[in-house]
Design a binder for this molecule. Structure first.
Ligand SMILES: Nc1ncnc2c1ncn2[C@@H]1O[C@H](COP(=O)(O)OP(=O)(O)O)[C@@H](O)[C@H]1O
Ligand SMILES: [Mg+2]
Length: 349
């Protein structure tokens, strides 16, 4: 089925918003922006709010709006049986789900697995790619295997000796989180233990990473098997590094488009963005983040399968600068979700 074959030619979309991770608030902002931008002439949109406690709240006739349905623990609302003690309720007719969720329990393959089991088309990467790209340790292993440059790091598990071969400063980060939560720039050995302890509060896998000196740039990728890259944007953080406040505070960062890097470096970034997307089996969308080092090397930092997605987020701005509007992006993503679903339905398992 294609978009035009749907109910009265309209596509029924469920936007998943919020979620259990520390990026809950950012997801709410992204989802509200998406719901606003989906063309009402083509889409019937409902927003399913997922609380910090993991409870799914289906919109009701009385409370269709995101703001009204998001308050945790509200009485009398119907929910899906998630978590397992919640009362079950059918999701109702939905053609495509847009999981606009960031971080663990949203961007990491868990929700994608649920949607696979439910056989509902959804936007963005599938289970494997989502889980892989959430894990900065395994993600880099796959990229290294494909000859894509990533920065050196040591992976720690609880109880491991905190040893590494790097100079200071260096970075310590949880393997599977986002929005710079739990990350420290460590300037001297004396600060290392506390940084590792902080990261272990957020994950049971931690990376000690060599510092990359240079410019941070980001690029959007859109597509399934033949993805395209946006123009390259440069992150100018109003801080020593791109921490949580720089990411989300008013005036915390400036996005410079196009990035002020050499044309060959920009071409290399775009080429490596698509190569990383393909190497990790991504689908739909991703934002790939890089360091363009002072020595000229281009190194992949990370790949976000569900990047910040408001109309003014980096991903949307990069595609706007590449001639694809926010509304067009959403249309593309819905079509890509349906295309993948149809293709995979032909497979014999
Ligand atoms: N190895 C590194 N060298 C230099 N800066 C780094 C390094 N790792 C992280 N950073 C800084 O920390 C920020 C957040 O790190 P990142 O790995 O992208 O985690 P998150 O998934 O939370 O965004 C980066 O945007 C960058 O400013
Ligand atoms: Mg990042």
């Amino acid at each position: 089925m294609t978009v035009s074959d749907r109910q009265n030619g309209r596509v029924r979309i469920a936007v998943l918003a919020g979620g259990r991770s520390s990026e809950h608030e950012i997801s709410l902002a992204s989802a509200a922006s998406v719901a606003d931008a989906l063309d009402p002439a083509r889409y019937d949109v409902s927003v399913i709010a997922i609380g910090r406690d993991g409870r799914w709240q289906l919109p009701t006739a009385e409370s269709p709006a995101l703001e009204q349905s998001v308050s945790d623990g509200a009485e009398g609302r119907e929910t899906l049986p998630i978590p397992r003690d919640a009362a079950p309720h059918p999701l109702g007719p939905v053609d495509v789900v847009l999981p606009i969720l960031h971080g663990p329990f949203g961007e990491d393959g868990t929700v994608q697995g649920l949607l696979e089991l439910a056989a509902i088309p959804y936007v963005g990467s599938g289970v494997t790619a989502s889980a892989l790209c959430m894990d900065k340790d395994l993600f880099k292993a796959v990229l290294r295997d494909r000859g894509i440059p990533v920065c050196r790091s040591v992976t720690l598990r609880p109880g491991d000796a905190v040893k590494h071969p790097f100079d200071y400063p260096l970075f310590v980060k949880p393997a599977r989180l986002g929005s710079s939560v739990g990350i420290s720039k460590v300037r001297a050995e004396a600060e290392l233990a506390a940084a590792v302890e902080l990261a272990f509060r957020h994950d049971d896998k931690v990376l000690v990473e060599e510092l990359q000196d240079g410019v941070e740039v980001e690029v959007g990728v859109l597509g399934n098997r033949e993805p395209v890259a946006s123009v390259v944007g440069e992150i100018v953080a109003n801080a020593d590094w791109y921490d949580y406040a720089a990411k989300y505070d008013e005036g915390g960062m400036e996005l410079v488009v196009p990035a002020r890097i050499a044309a060959e470096a920009a071409e290399r970034v775009r080429e490596l963005a698509v190569a990383s997307f393909v190497a990790t089996d991504c689908e739909g969308m991703a934002r790939v983040d890089f360091f363009v080092r002072t020595d000229g090397e281009v190194v992949v930092n990370e790949l976000n399968t569900i990047p910040g997605f408001t109309a003014t987020s980096v991903y949307a701005k990069l595609f706007a600068a590449s001639g694809i509007s926010y509304t067009d992006l959403l249309d593309h993503l819905v079509s890509l979700a349906l295309e993948r679903h149809e293709r995979r339905q032909l497979l014999a398992f």
